[in-house]
Design a protein around this ligand. Structure first.
Ligand code: ADP
Ligand code: MG
Length: 683
């Protein structure tokens, strides 16, 4: 048997079983072997009944005292109850419709029960626990993610059959690395992860799996990046920014000037730039990108800026036009809503080089967008783009200089994961004349007063953002979702009840791009007093006259997201406010919102998120577009990540495209991780 064989080759897998296993993503023997347990039942360390963690899955040791008579209940079901316990407390066991489970238990014998413990302190309860007799020594029992018709026992048995049937298993991880880092080989690792004798074996297996996963990840990232590192870099030399500076309505901050100097030196350097421009919301990153575009244009190169949303692309196009037109540099906007003839005209301008700067959404990645001479590519709020999209953008030219702009401070370990090695420029200074945003946390009981305040602000000529989490009430089916303010309902309520004479716009992700742009345009030009929106406005939108940001259900957001939202106001000279509305009454929510009220520092906020909620929240779910990691954790396994990155670099220095025959198994693993059916687009 070979690991590549279909799972149906295994004894015990018929057509029905194969279908069920397919639901778990298991098609081949290899898939099965790489389907690691999500945990283990460790029967070796049971809890006394009263000490068992409440409402958590655990093993308790108890003596069976007696069985009650079966009881028929509604729906034709029968329940079987068994009384048990130890010196610390009683334990009532309930089994639904499973006479065998109850019958298998003998009175006055000790058992180990695995399940969720509930009930009262004096008499705990467990529903349908798994159990084994307490005598004899017991291995750790794997628990797998399951689907209907498949239980952990069955999977464990299949894995056993597969391991026996496979004999030798090719190990893709090079022997030298295994020796250097003392990692077990693949077969041993699989044995230990599926059927560990003790915790040490799990630890040893996990060490290898983490290393291997991060190693494949780094190989893939570096391979994709190598697209940009091909010979002909965009050679630039001429950098006279005097005219650009003179045409600006303000003086760049010291931080902006420093960043521009760093970027200019990269653009004229010997290798293509790969740089992160990090600066809090409102720090003026666009101006820095514009300066780089001027340098590119002076050297006869085109620039492209890719933004995550249509609204943001539109806004960038306007801003850049304002800064670049006076210098005679043409800016074109390409988004998904540009179609037919206008699109053809635009593509023509891009391919002849008449469009010197192209701003757009991921529409700029289409195959038919062909640049005349692309030298500089920028992505805004980059962590919203996937690794592949970034690769595609880079592939639009021989080797353009790359700049990533982000308002969220990215820890080094994560930036290594996301972007590979890159240089960082930091804008740690806000343009002068900004008044700090005042932030308040309130409950809905204060809604009347809050709207009174909004009314006064509008009266004074200001504008208001209100952010709600959902589009309409049918959107979420969890009870929590129903409690949330739905933007549509909210819009009607607010329009009718609280601000009857005000002009209010509605904005959410389900509107067509042109509709969104229209609403935003109306708001920007002052035709609307209030905009009720979902988080589609989260990034970048700039309306200097907006002075209040209201965020409903503020507990729903990570602090970084709140900070980004808050950054939509406070862009003009007027005093600005952010009102966080939440009825959540937990310690955690209170302290998070309190932090928001006390600091305007984006870095402090991101740091708090990272410490308290982990990197998942930090980036929003899967927004970073990295492959899903099965075992490794970017933060926890940071040290391994750095080692893996270094080893990946070493290997690629010998075999830059990973095509040497001996590295074929490695390449297979990398392609699998990145889910690239057609293989890595590298040749
Ligand atoms: P972000 O870093 O959040 O992308 P922007 O580039 O959108 O920030 O800039 C925010 C606002 O600050 C814009 O209205 C921009 O015109 C203004 N701005 C940028 N640089 C300066 C400066 N040096 N002096 C005054 N205003 C500036
Ligand atoms: Mg911006």
């Amino acid at each position: 048997m070979d690991v590549k064989d279909s799972i149906q080759f295994l004894k015990g897998v018929g057509e029905t079983r194969a279908k069920q296993l397919a639901k778990l993503g298991l098609f081949t023997v290899e898939d099965l072997l790489r389907f690691y347990p999500r945990g283990y039942i460790d029967y070796n360390h049971p809890y006394p009944v009263a000490m068992a963690p409440y409402e958590g899955m655990c093993v308790v040791k108890a003596t069976v005292y007696g069985k009650q008579l079966p009881m028929r209940i509604r729906g034709g079901r029968t329940i079987y109850r068994v009384t048990a316990g130890d010196d610390t407390a009683g334990l009532l066991l309930t089994f639904f419709n499973s006479p065998y489970a109850a019958r298998g238990l003998e009175e006055n014998r000790d058992y180990l029960f695995y399940g969720r413990v509930g009930g009262a302190l004096a008499r705990r309860e467990m529903v349908s626990p798994t159990y084994v007799p307490a005598d004899g020594s017991l291995p750790m029992t794997p628990v797998y993610h399951l689907t209907e018709g498949v239980n952990s026992k069955y999977i464990a048995k299949l894995v056993g059959t597969a391991l026996t049937g496979c004999g030798a298993i090719t190990d893709p991880l090079p022997e030298v690395l295994r020796q250097k880092y003392r990692l077990p080989d693949l077969r041993r690792t699989l044995e230990m992860i599926h059927t560990p004798k003790n915790e040490d074996e799990v630890t040893a297996a996990r060490r290898r799996l983490v290393f291997e996963e991060l190693y494949y990840l780094q190989l893939g990232m570096k391979l994709m990046r190598s697209i940009n590192l091909r010979a002909n870099r965009a050679v630039m030399a001429n950098t006279d920014l005097t005219a650009f500076y003179n045409a600006l309505p303000f003086t760049p901050t010291g931080a902006q000037q420093r960043a521009i100097t760093e970027i200019a030196s990269d653009l004229c350097g010997k290798t293509p730039m790969n740089r992160l421009l990090q600066g809090d919301v409102g720090s003026g990153k666009t101006l820095v990108a514009a300066a780089a575009m001027v340098i590119a244009a002076q050297n006869g190169f085109q620039s492209v800026l890719m933004a995550p949303t249509e609204i943001l692309a539109q806004q960038h196009a306007n801003t850049l036009q304002g800064m670049l037109r006076p210098l005679g540099i043409e800016v074109a906007l390409l988004t998904g809503s540009v179609r037919a003839k206008p699109r053809r005209v635009l593509l023509e301008a891009i391919s002849t080089g008449a469009a010197q700067v192209v701003v757009g959404t991921h529409a700029v990645l289409s195959d038919d967008v062909i640049f005349h001479r692309l030298g500089f590519a920028v992505t805004d709020e980059q962590h919203r783009f996937g690794v592949r999209q970034r690769g595609l953008l880079a592939a639009k030219a021989e080797s353009p200089h790359l700049l990533v702009m982000s308002a969220t401070p990215i820890p080094r370990t994560l930036s290594l994961l996301l972007f590979g090695e890159l240089d960082v420029s930091i804008l740690d200074e806000l343009p002068p004349g900004r008044t700090p945003i005042k932030t308040y946390a309130v409950t809905t009981a204060l809604r009347g007063r809050m709207f009174g305040f909004l009314e006064k602000q509008i009266e004074a000529g200001r504008q208001v953002f209100i952010v709600c989490p959902l589009i309409d009430e049918s959107d979420g089916d969890s009870p929590a979702a129903h409690e949330m303010q739905a933007v549509t309902t909210y819009f009607e309520e607010v329009a009718k009840q609280f601000l009857p004479h005000r002009r209010i716009g509605l904005m959410h992700g389900r509107l067509r791009p042109t509709e969104k742009a229209q609403v935003m345009q109306q708001f920007a030009s002052g035709e609307l007093d209030v905009i009720c929106s979902t988080t589609v406005i989260e990034v970048g939108v700039d309306v200097p006259n907006a002075s209040v940001m209201v965020i409903e259900n503020a507990e729903r957001y990570g602090l970084s997201a709140l900070h980004q939202l808050r950054g939509r106001v406070g862009r003009g000279a007027a005093e600005s406010f952010c009102i966080l509305v939440s009825d959540h009454d937990s310690e955690e929510v209170h302290s998070r919102l309190a932090l928001m009220c006390h600091t305007n520092d984006g870095f402090a906020v991101a740091q708090y998120d990272l410490e308290h909620r982990g990197p998942g929240d930090f980036f929003g779910e899967r927004q970073h577009g990295l492959p899903r990691l099965k075992v490794a954790d970017a933060m926890q396994d940071a040290r391994v990540l750095e080692t893996a990155a270094a080893e990946a670099a070493t290997l690629l220095s010998e075999d830059p495209k990973l095509i040497a025959p001996k590295n074929a198994p490695l390449r297979h693993e990398v392609e699998k991780l990145f889910e690239l059916g057609g293989g890595l687009a590298i040749n």
